[in-house]
Design a protein around this ligand. Structure first.
Ligand code: CTP
Length: 407
């Protein structure tokens, strides 16, 4: 089975550390970057060395750490040039207020600021993760520097809001290692949906029988959440309407939690016309108990079994597809057999331009899947792979069709 490369395979990153307590997170960041496939060259300022040793960073990266612009190991003694010529990006985490000030003014009196100035800006982007006390971050000088850095093309990741090492609470915390990894992986994804808005349904729905029981299904929501992440990585503004699932919201995605099919319908229908794309991955319950009991249904002494009248839920996808100003609609078909036949039948019945077929029992809850894309032209197989890789392929296929549609 093809598995995701972690998102950074083949990439070479210069990881710069400036002085800050958040240096303790940089060791973990280095670990997750290398685990995601990147090779990482660490560069530390003298202030960073006050917080974490070069020994730790060398051991984790498998490469000697650079700390000085006078490093004689380089044959030409030009570490500031050599390091960035082989790099796909420079990532500075933590970026202190002092380092940001230096970068904003093009100062270059130590190796890290020097290599930032000496890097080829078009082939070696600069990403920084600020880390500082909230007053330092909010100070007009820092905000001015941040604005200047953005104007110069620097990507600023975070900062986060929360408890700070100094005991205060506010904006200025460095993002956690996994959040930074997600941001860096996202940065390198093609921006095929830049400026587009995407609405996605995901997970199962839950239809109440009484206050403690209900009808649901085995959908885990993993495929829908992976698609939400992939669409956000591709530059789209993503709204995810999720049934009851235990999954973290992908970074940058707006999430609306719902429980029943009717709640999902109520959240989706008014929002749909404001979106360019609608992707219905949710396993929506087809029916619900017509009159859920107000109180828990109790066992009867006569051993009689309760029976329920069922009523049909609204079809969210078909309703969106019937809107006069409908977005580009993508349906899913979770089948147990005859995938192609059922997917094609759904394409017509729901009047949508693309249906993605998969074998439900083989994928519910799993981390991998195989997809069959069915449209008016024919069908395309996306072979078994992890759900994030498939989601990225699917997003690229949707972007291609969307561009052809609007051309
Ligand atoms: N769908 C929906 N609202 C429903 C039922 C389904 O939006 N009430 C969407 C699903 O999210 C999926 C597509 O319609 O994108 C197909 O769902 P599926 O359950 O496979 O199809 P059904 O129309 O319910 O047909 P059947 O259960 O008979 O296969």
């Amino acid at each position: 089975m093809y598995t995701s490369d972690g998102g950074l395979a083949g990439l070479h990153i210069v990881l710069g550390l400036s002085g800050g307590v958040a240096c303790f997170k940089s060791a973990e960041l280095l670990r997750v970057l290398t685990k995601a496939g990147a090779t990482v060259q660490v560069v530390m300022t003298a202030a960073a060395e006050q917080f974490i040793t070069a020994v730790t960073m060398q051991a984790l990266s498998g490469r000697p750490v650079y700390t000085s612009q006078w490093d004689a190991r380089e044959p030409n003694n030009m570490a500031h040039i050599n390091l960035t010529r082989e790099a796909d990006a420079v990532l500075i985490a933590p970026a202190s207020a002092d380092l940001m000030a230096k970068l904003a003014h093009g100062q270059a009196d130590d190796l890290l600021s020097l290599l930032c100035l000496a890097r080829p800006v078009h082939t070696c982007p600069l990403l920084i993760a600020p880390a500082m006390n909230r007053e330092m971050w909010a100070h007009p000088a820092t905000q001015r520097n941040a604005a200047q850095l953005r104007a110069d093309g620097t990507v600023i990741l975070g900062p986060d809001n929360g408890d700070q090492a100094c005991g205060e609470t506010g904006d200025g915390r460095m993002l956690e290692a996994l959040d930074l990894l997600a941001e860096v992986v996202s940065f390198f994804q093609p921006k095929s949906l830049l400026g587009k808005t995407v609405l996605i349904t995901a997970g199962p729905t839950y239809e109440a029988i009484d206050p403690v029981r209900g009808i649901t299904n085995l959908s885990s929501g993993k495929m829908g959440f992976a698609i939400a992440r992939a669409a956000a990585e591709a530059g789209a503004q993503v709204t995810l309407v999720a049934g009851p699932v235990a999954l973290d919201t992908p970074r940058g995605v707006r999430r609306i939690d719902v429980r029943s099919a009717q709640q999902m319908f109520d959240a989706v229908l008014p929002a749909a016309p404001r979106h360019d794309v609608f992707i219905a991955t949710a396993a929506v319950a087809d029916w619900r108990p017509a009159a859920p009991a107000t109180h828990k249904i109790k066992k009867n002494a006569d051993k009689s079994v309760p029976s329920f009248q069922m009523t049909e839920n609204p079809d969210i996808l078909a309703s969106v597809a019937a809107l006069p100003d409908r977005p580009y609609c993508v349906g899913f078909a979770a089948e147990s057999q005859d995938l192609l036949k059922h997917a094609r039948e759904k394409l017509q019945r729901k009047n949508v331009p693309l249906v993605v077929g998969n074998i439900g029992p083989a994928t519910f809850g799993a981390d991998d899947n195989a997809l069959t894309l069915v449209d008016a032209q024919g069908h395309t197989e996306l072979p078994r792979a992890d759900k994030l890789s498939l989601a990225r392929h699917l997003v690229a296929e949707i972007a291609r069709r969307l561009a052809a549609n609007t051309a």
